[in-house]
Design a binder for this molecule. Structure first.
Ligand code: SF4
Length: 93
């Protein structure tokens, strides 16, 4: 049977900060530390953080669950931002 898993519940799904060129602002992206998300070119693919609950795989051999996906995924969907957000680094006073 083909098992569908949520990447957000896998220890290899990581949130990373991607900085703007001036290094004062960043956006959040998610990536698979096992490099299982790839573009057709073979380059590693990263997704916008607010879409992480949509990342599913079928029979991923590297899936390493961090717990019961229910109600985690349901709660995650409720708590994720609804769109891509830009964060600003505050300078030390
Ligand atoms: S290892 Fe598989 S299940 Fe885990 S984040 Fe990567 S693609 Fe998703």
């Amino acid at each position: 049977m083909r098992e569908k898993v949520y990447c957000a519940n896998c220890e290899h799904c990581q949130v990373v900060r991607v900085f703007e060129p001036d290094n004062t602002k960043y956006v959040l992206r998610v990536k698979c530390s096992k490099k299982r998300w790839a573009k057709r070119s073979g380059e590693e693919k990263q997704y916008k953080y607010f879409t992480v609950a949509r990342r599913v795989q079928t029979n991923c051999p590297d899936y390493s669950p961090m717990g019961d996906p229910n109600p985690f995924i349901k709660n995650l969907r409720r708590e994720l931002p609804v769109k891509d957000e830009i964060y600003t680094i505050k300078e030390a006073e």
